[in-house]
Design a protein around this ligand. Structure first.
Ligand SMILES: [Ca+2]
Ligand SMILES: [Ca+2]
Length: 427
């Protein structure tokens, strides 16, 4: 005898995940939206959309999001191994959120940069104030400072002011990352769904960008607690453009998954290098921070300290130097910096492959950036995954390379937006 454990009605909040469960036994489970009656209209609209159709345990749990305020009619059906069918129709009453959602990420959950010159520069006066007061800056201090930067940018972006310089947060060298949360579920609809804002710089009056690309990951809030938990897997947005090339020295390969990187500070007294090549590159101290990569590849090298930076540390001030800094499961992009030598003189240096179709963090100016599609998600083994919605975004510096006086590649982030949510009128 098959028995039904579903109720006749449920309540939900718009764009917040809902979990419904019904265990009956071995067989095929199917959950369908029949129609919806949107708040303010008189007649229901036929939907007839299957939300989930899976066998056994995989079909017992429905995790979904309703995007409009109103009443949804759903049908659950179960077909057992003899072909006997049990159906149950029920309603989901979807209410409007109590305070309006933000189209931008609303929370900084974690900020863990690798060492880098711009990690210091992004917080220079803030960090110096702590130093002057004889206080130690903490992780919480820095996270609240990140929040205020993103909040300021949100107001700029909301006014359509994309070309005014946003306040950026540097993720430091390869592997460093930031974890951000939306206050609602971002849906995977037709076309691009989220946009990651990098930096916009004006050089010699013309708008340009130093392409220090980041890898963008997304995750769902499976247990619906608003926090990113360890058992909520990260998926990589693979726009297919990581391997795109521009004439010349573009990258030849795509993503390298599963890299573990370790940073350690040099010990001893730093003295200016007298090596001619170091001086050409403006390196003050070439082996300032040592890095080693294991896992998907074995390699090692160092971050040089630049002459202009000799008075400050590249090490994030709120993380202890003595333990080193390690990052697990980082995703590496091909190197994109080029140095050209004329005899033993540095002739040119530049970061290459600035391709407007390469739409992840910090590769194109904010206005050119068309956004990222959740449909491009792959898991940490490189297999495509189907995501209907996400809650969290993680951005990680993707390139492990230093190029002359530009220093180490450090991805800069200034915000993330849900492209499906209209921007409210700015005050
Ligand atoms: Ca999409
Ligand atoms: Ca969670």
């Amino acid at each position: 005898m098959m028995s039904m454990t579903l109720d006749n009605s449920y309540t939900a909040i718009r764009l917040q995940p809902v979990e419904l469960k019904c265990h009956i036994g071995q067989g095929m489970y199917k959950w369908t939206i029949l129609d919806k009656l949107i708040a303010g209209s008189e007649e229901p609209i036929a939907v007839d959309r299957v939300l989930l159709e899976k066998e056994n345990a995989e079909g017992e749990r429905l995790y979904t999001v309703f995007d409009e305020e109103g009443t949804y009619s759903l049908r659950f059906s179960f077909t057992d191994t003899n072909g006997d069918v049990l159906t149950h129709d029920f309603k989901v009453y979807v209410r409007k959120e109590s305070s309006a959602y933000s189209p931008f990420v609303s929370e900084v959950l974690e900020y863990r940069p690798a060492p880098g010159r711009q990690v210091y520069e992004g917080f220079d006066s803030y960090l110096e104030n702590f130093k002057k007061a004889g206080k130690t800056v903490t992780q919480d201090n820095i996270i609240s400072k990140c929040r205020s930067k993103f909040f300021r940018n949100e107001r700029l972006f909301s006014k359509g002011n994309l070309e005014s310089s946003p306040s950026t947060v540097s993720l430091g060298a390869f592997g460093g990352y930031i974890v951000l949360a939306f206050d609602h579920s971002v849906q995977n609809l037709e076309g691009p769904d989220i946009k990651v804002y990098g930096a916009t710089e004006f050089l010699s009056g013309a708008q340009t960008i130093i392409p220090q690309p980041g890898v963008v990951f997304v995750a769902q809030d499976v247990n619906m607690n608003g926090q990113h938990d360890e058992d909520e897997p990260w998926y990589i947005l693979n726009s297919g453009s990581y391997a795109s090339t521009t004439p010349g020295d573009g990258p030849q390969e795509g993503l390298l998954l599963g890299c573990n990187v370790m940073y350690r500070m040099a010990t001893g007294v730093l003295e200016e290098s007298t090596d001619k090549m170091d001086q050409e590159k403006h390196f003050y101290f070439p082996d300032y921070i040592m890095w080693s990569i294991s896992g998907a590849e074995e390699s090692s090298g160092s971050i040089a300290k630049l002459k202009k930076d000799k008075d400050f540390s590249y090490w994030p001030a709120w993380l202890p130097e003595s333990e080193g800094l390690s990052f697990e499961n980082a995703v590496r992009l091909p190197n994109n910096g080029v140095e050209t030598w004329n005899g033993n003189i540095l002739a040119t240096h530049e970061w290459t492959w600035v391709n407007p179709s390469v739409q992840y963090a910090n590769t194109v100016t904010c206005s050119q950036n068309g956004g990222l599609d959740l449909s491009s998600a792959i898991d940490m083994n490189g297999n495509p995954v189907e995501l209907k919605e996400i809650h969290f975004v993680k951005i990680q510096t993707g390139v492990c390379q230093q190029i002359a006086i530009d220093g180490q590649c450090e991805t800069l982030v200034s915000g993330v937006r849900d492209l499906h949510m209209p921007i409210p009128k700015a005050d």
